[in-house]
Design a protein around this ligand. Sequence first.
Ligand code: GPU
Length: 820
Amino acid sequence: MTNEMFKKEAFKKSVKDNVKFLYRKTIEEATQEQIFQAVSYTVKDVIIDNWLETQKAYDEQDPKIVYYMSMEFLMGRALGNNLINLCGYGEVKEALEELGFDLNCIEDQEPDPALGNGGLGRLAACFLDSLATLNYAAYGCGIRYHYGMFKQQIKDGYQIEVPDNWLKNGYPFELRRPEYAKEVHFGGYVRAEYDAEKGATRFIHEGYQAVKAIPYDMPITGYDNDVVNTLRIWDAEPIVDFELDSFDKGDYKKAVEQENLARNIVEVLYPNDNHYAGKELRLKQQYFFVSASLQEAIAKYKKKHDDIHKLYEKVTFQMNDTHPTVAVAELMRILMDEEGLGWDEAWEITTKSVAYTNHTIMSEALEKWPIELFSRLLPRVYQIIEEINRRFIAEIQAKYPGNYEKIKKMAIIYDGQVKMAHLAIAAGYSVNGVARLHTEILKNQELRDFYEMMPEKFNNKTNGITQRRFLLHANPLLADWITEHIGPDWITDLSQLKKLKVYADDEKALQEFMNIKFRNKERLAKYILEHNGVEVDPHSIFDVQVKRLHEYKRQLLNILHVIYLYNQIKMHPEMEFYPRTFIFGAKASAGYATAKKIIKLINSVADVVNNDASINGKIKVVFIENYRVSNAEIIFAAADVSEQISTASKEASGTGNMKFMLNGAPTLGTMDGANVEIVEEVGAENAFIFGLSSDEVINYENNGGYDPNVIYNTDEEIRQVLMQLINGTFSSDTELFRDLYDSLLTNKNTDRADRYFILADFRSYADAQKRVEEAYKDEKGWAKKALLNTACSGKFTSDRTIQEYVDDIWHLDKVIVRKK
Ligand code: GPU
């Protein structure tokens, strides 16, 4: 497949012209970064034509639009992905070669737009790719953070956070749209005014500070269909012109405040994953982009339609977790205060327009804003939430007369807090979890009362990932091999991969499959050598855990097991042991001390193990610095073993697990999140499952936890590993890892010891690891498992997920852009 627009000669000329216009240089004089810019502008030219065509098609066909509202879009690099989706990658690669450039190196010049933390933000990015590819009208709505996820450096084994100034050189794939600017208001007070004519009270918001929201659009290209959707991220600017107006009007103080408000609001992404910190600035960010996005969506609707009562027929808002849930009240405000509707009409429209996705059951992630803070920052919006709460409580009372427990558990405002999840559920027409197990836990545990009261709202949408980025772009060798064997249809219909099953016993095919894996391991080994200075052997088993650092994800279990293996080899040097490279990659939230200590431990263990000549390199431990979307693509393609070892019930879905599977790495994991469905698809014999079930974990939790000391006291080898945390084996400072040691054994205050059941699962994990080793030694057997993982991964495309959202929640219409 090729794209007319990328005819080599025309492309080369355009790149040369761009270098000339942008930098007054010839391509011989230009830097690689300048070539990246020039190439990107050429690609953007192609995109702009399709973008205009898409807009025209939407205007003519008037489809229903989904607005995907998310605080995070973890897009990763755009250049390579756009070339892939425009079917121009091959041509452009050749054209650049003729100019003396390597496309891979040019791609490496692009900063990762890292406007997200982890799974939640990356899911939003995969969804945009699938929406465009499936011909649906969609906008991503978010924030143009000036600093995205920090860059991680490892110094002396510790994580150092370095600001990510991704806009430094200008980002070629964005378009500033000042003509669509909106105003957003903070603070002030609400004045009630009786309108005698209408016989109704109007509420007027006064004394506020205003910020101007300026949208920047990023194109989202569909695969081979000429569709270009839009990710609209909002920047902030002060409204009052500081120099001209304010001095004269004596409004100096206000001008400074508005200037500061605008500057601060979009400055930086909060680096928290699965964790609520309760910062006022975060609520400002939320309201800022939600208000601007809703204003824009309604303005757009009104251009074509005059009956606001039918908004929900053409528009739907999906709230990515509770972060944008203030949308419920903001939509009510706009409908009542700006459009002049009464409460009941506004509520009818709102509750048919907003839907909510839950991404976690971890209680520390639940957003609960103090009413003092909330009402001060957003007085009118707070007033509306009060009224929503009053009516919701009345509903609860009608359904459960006299049951005050229900009110306590379900009220939107209680104990001086606004509970955003309760608001989202009360108002949303759909509430979904992100994997089957997760949705069941929501229904039966965390949100049980809500499920009992309104079961019709609850549904599951198992997550997915885009194969365009995570196979076609990330693993070109495997992508080509698959296309040779089953044709290219898998690119837009991943279920086709099941056709690979016929090769599960074909020795030649298996050999080729594993050769590709080997070459991808060499590519990763080269990356590790260049970036970490560690030499790893691509013949060893590449055992990989890459994801955010979080106690529930249990990187600690993994590294404790490495210590255990190290002890075994030291004690029994003659023992048979298949060489293993343990690869970690993870950022820890800047304020998460335990997570940072675990990073230090991994690096300390690496130091000792990698430099112990007596173990003959049987174990290597590598911590890949600055794990992000761009190096993830290299890592997934090279993995032999996919570590998905969260405490059962804690990982809502996981999506890394799917990227490994797609690239032929069997899962070593607990029965948690989407692992359950992965095992169902691939068969238990092609995965390595261990550990407590979610029911068992929840059972312990509901009954006061378990006692890890029993294990510590009775299992000598586990005890030895724990003692090594505090006896100087991995640090001359014996106190360095004391906190980690304590967290596993000591019941501090009310907190349970070993909250994440690491000791409880340790033996079963070690057994599963032993099974991995045995299986790997059987070369053909392993190749078959690996191939079957790829072959059975079809369910986990985000194309399937998006189609389910469309069928069950959004009810969008397909749009045709390409005229054949
Ligand atoms: N997730 Br809540 C995040 O990445 N960040 C968050 O703040 C919250 C959830 C993740 C879940 O942990 C992961 O299991 C899931 O696959 C992902 O969202 C997408 O649904």
